[in-house]
Design a protein. Structure first.
Length: 424
């Protein structure tokens, strides 16, 4: 991965709207009619470069491919043997965390006085409120909850992949950098979660534009977008740390007081998690209720990294779990090794902010009783996909090797999720 140039080009200036028209009669002034919505859409589309359009076309094709997979999955892998009717159209996406977000959006965090003190509690306070809040808003327009969640992920995924391609073009000089990064990202093993009613797509729709703004030294915009990311996932705090480090390094290198004056913006992303902790404290009396919910529901109690590795290894190869769970633990171990290798490469390249972001993610995921959700977390490591794209551009054989391995793995992971077999 090449070193990022400090002199990145700012975005093109926006077109200036025309002055209001005035009547020829003295003292009489009329305002031009508002621009039609179709005209505004055309103006927005005109800001997309050919490279941007190519990336969005790839995104649409992969969404169509995934929807085709979901359609056949509900016919070929029925929940009950011998059934003569396929599952409903959206049934493949009504899985696990998507249901948690639906319940929060529909009923709130503590419906009818229930909470952690209630028997059989689902620990829903472990999930941050950004996605459920947006889901409830979209539901006012889209009556079906699952369809509303899929729409959020579809739009957010488009924003995310477009921002990822633009970041790649700031790092890599090759013309195909953005498109190549998008291909590797969209065909990654856990790409199905970008389309499901999960938080990955929405988080990236805030986090990647935030990072793009940060590398362009637009610190206020980066802070606002990072704050929005922290409403969706706690990983937003890791992004905030990376943005803050980038600001410090930039200010030291350029010796520009304007960068130092922008340092106050780095505190903004801490406000949403603080507000959410306060809200939970009001209802539960526990400032860290979201963390304790994760511990109760997903075994995220603190353990040393070597204990977590040993417990995950035992689950993967110690014949203590069923084959489905054992395979999941094997995937967790592979993802952890990929993350550690990525941090090592970033440190070698002196990409300190990106290394900090991935390292904090690995620390949070790698200090539980055993590893959980690390393969999904690879979607959030944008330096990984840019680095793989850089390698494939230098070594053309790597793209063929990657796609040969990723295509079957991605398909199998998608089928595993869509047929309800993801958690073992």
């Amino acid at each position: 991965m090449s070193t990022l140039s400090p002199g990145l080009r700012p975005p093109a200036d926006r077109p200036v709207p025309p002055e209001p028209r005035t009547s020829s009669r003295p003292g009489h002034r009329t305002t031009a009619p508002a621009e039609p919505r179709a005209g505004r859409l055309r103006r927005a589309a005109a800001r997309l470069t050919p490279a941007d359009r190519a990336v969005l076309w790839l995104y649409l094709l992969t969404r169509i491919s995934l929807w085709i997979t979901a359609h056949f999955a509900r016919w070929l892998f029925s929940a009950r043997p011998g059934t003569r009717e396929a599952a409903p159209v959206l049934a493949p996406f009504q899985r696990w965390d998507a249901n948690h977000y639906l319940h929060i959006a529909r009923d709130g965090y503590f419906p009818a006085g229930t909470g952690p003190w209630t028997s059989g509690w689902d620990n829903r306070e472990a999930f941050f409120p950004g996605y459920p809040f947006l889901l409830r808003a979209v539901h006012t327009v889209v009556p079906d909850w699952t369809a509303a969640g899929l729409l959020i992920s579809f739009v957010a995924g488009a924003v995310a992949v477009l921002a990822l391609a633009r970041i790649a073009r700031t790092y890599l000089p090759e013309d195909a950098a953005g498109r190549r990064t998008a291909v590797l990202f969209l065909l990654s093993p856990c790409a199905v979660f970008l389309a499901a009613g999960y938080t990955e797509a929405l988080f990236l729709a805030f986090a990647l534009p935030a990072w793009l703004a940060a590398v362009r030294h637009r610190w206020a915009l980066a802070a606002v977008l990072t704050a929005l990311a922290t409403t969706v996932r706690v990983s937003g705090l890791f992004l905030a740390a990376a943005v803050a480090l980038l600001l410090v390094l930039t200010a030291r290198e350029k010796r520009d007081r304007r960068n130092w004056r922008a340092a106050g913006w780095t505190l903004l992303p801490a406000l949403p998690p603080a507000a959410y902790s306060w809200y939970l404290h009001v209802y539960t009396g526990d400032w860290m209720a979201w963390k304790h919910a994760q511990e109760r529901g997903w075994h995220r109690t603190f353990h040393t990294p070597w204990e977590a590795w040993a417990n995950t290894w035992s689950g993967a190869f110690g014949h203590t779990q069923t084959t489905g769970y054992a395979l999941m633990f094997q995937a967790e171990l592979v993802a952890m090794l990929v993350g550690l290798a990525l941090v090592a490469v970033l440190l070698y390249r002196r990409r300190w902010p990106e290394a900090l972001y991935v390292a904090l993610s690995l620390w949070a995921l790698g200090t539980s009783y055993w590893y959980t959700s690390i393969p999904r977390a690879t979607l959030l490591w944008w330096p990984l996909w840019i680095g793989l794209a850089a390698l494939s551009l230098r070594r053309p054989w790597f793209r063929t090797a990657y796609l040969s391995v990723a295509a079957p793995v991605t398909t199998l992971v998608a089928l595993t999720f869509l047929t309800g077999r993801w958690a073992g």
